[in-house]
Design a protein around this ligand. Structure first.
Ligand code: COA
Length: 271
């Protein structure tokens, strides 16, 4: 898996996708959007990658859209601008959100503007305590456009979203946890090890159940109660078919036989 702007490592069933333009603080250039689109497609079908971790090289997670290569250089090149904008919106807003495998954003440093949509598109997010988050658009006389406004609406509390969007003030990883924007933060030196621990824990669970877990949650957000009941009932059947009945046979079956306690541990063949 060779990409100009990404580095991909797979180990212990976890694929780490590193935005790899440290000299540009991993700003999302048109090439990075093309690479991410292709990499997510490739990893979708890579059996050794059961969970994805997205992070950045160097001291930045991602400095948002590449202000020079995207906004400045594509100004007036309408069809190319449109093409890149669509890719940029699609991989963060749709592909990640409905990705068939669990995804974790590991925010290791600067995280600005459009990078909020990567964090929000991932299922889980962790950061170093001292990571720097900022909705900097207002500082360059813009607002959080593209998919970012929707990302804020989806995940941030209203007062926080508007305070940070209207001031461009930065907040750190610890504050991002308080706000519920990310799950947890760690001292920088522990970030990678603690994230991998979490990723491996999730990778040990049943993949069909994980996929249904995401779909059940994400689609239910937009459904009535009745529609959600019907959808999740159908999803249960889908899981049953995908696993050839394993959750009933061994998941529940082994509990009934007294072989393990699912409240306290995962089924042994998933460890
Ligand atoms: N788009 C394009 N290039 C960017 C970039 C971005 N979003 N963010 C950083 N870079 C580039 C810088 O222009 C610089 O390039 P150069 O070496 O060719 O001059 C390089 O990355 C390193 O950045 P620099 O500003 O020297 O590092 P710093 O540590 O002093 O500051 C930032 C880092 C991220 C705080 C600062 O670069 C910045 O404010 N970037 C813009 C962030 C932003 O507003 N993002 C929202 C976009 S939606």
């Amino acid at each position: 898996m060779n990409y100009e702007t990404l580095k991909i490592d797979i180990s212990d069933n976890v694929a780490t996708v590193t935005l790899n333009r440290p000299e540009k603080k991993n700003a999302m250039s048109p090439q990075l959007h093309r690479d991410m689109t292709a990499a997510l497609e490739e990893l979708r079908y890579e059996d050794s990658a059961k969970v994805l971790v997205i992070t950045g090289a160097g001291n930045a997670f991602c400095a948002g859209m590449d202000l020079k290569e995207f906004f400045h250089e594509l100004k007036g090149v309408q069809s190319e601008y449109d093409k890149v904008f669509r890719l940029a919106t699609e991989w963060r807003g749709r592909t990640l959100r409905y990705y068939p495998k669990p995804t974790i954003a590991m925010v290791n440093g600067y995280c600005f503007g459009g990078a909020f949509s990567i964090v929000e598109g991932c299922d889980l997010a962790v950061a170093s305590d001292d990571a720097q988050f900022g909705l900097s658009e207002i500082n360059f006389r813009m607002f959080p456009g593209g998919s970012v406004s929707k990302s804020l609406a989806n995940l941030m509390r209203p007062r926080d979203a508007l305070l940070y969007a209207m001031t461009g003030r930065r907040f750190n990883g610890t504050k991002a946890v308080d706000m519920g924007f990310i799950n947890m933060s760690f001292p920088a030196a522990e970030l990678e090890a603690r994230t991998m621990e979490l990723a491996r824990e999730i990778a040990s669970k049943d993949p069909a159940a994980l996929r249904a877990c995401k779909d059940g949650y994400r689609f239910s957000l937009e459904m009535s109660w009745e529609a959600s009941m019907s959808y999740t009932a159908a999803k249960e059947q889908e899981v049953m078919v995908a696993q050839k009945g394993a959750w009933l046979e061994s998941g529940i079956g082994d509990f009934v036989k007294g072989l393990y306690k699912p409240g306290l541990e995962s089924h042994s063949d998933r460890k």
